[in-house]
Write a protein of this length. Structure first.
Length: 80
């Protein structure tokens, strides 16, 4: 088993095997600002360790749709 992580704790990569199959698991915790750029850089830095047997997961801190990007306004419900 091989483990690689950054000092800030934004990613950890574990390489090992399950039932004689090589597997890499990469967990990323992206910062709240600049997340897409950060994720691209992590993937570039670890490019040699990633292959078709890699699972990438984590908290990417990026909106999944344009609905997630809009500011939400609070609506007050008046009591009668």
């Amino acid at each position: 088993t091989k483990i690689k992580r950054d000092k800030e704790g934004h990613y950890i990569m574990v390489k090992g095997s399950i039932q004689q199959e090589e597997l890499t698991i990469l967990n990323i915790y992206a910062p709240n600002t600049g997340a897409p750029r950060f994720i691209k850089q992590v993937l570039r830095d670890l490019q040699r360790d990633l292959d078709s047997h890699t699972i990438i997961m984590g908290d990417f801190n990026t909106p999944l749709s344009t609905l997630d990007q809009r500011e939400r306004k609070l609506t007050r419900i008046s009591r009668t």
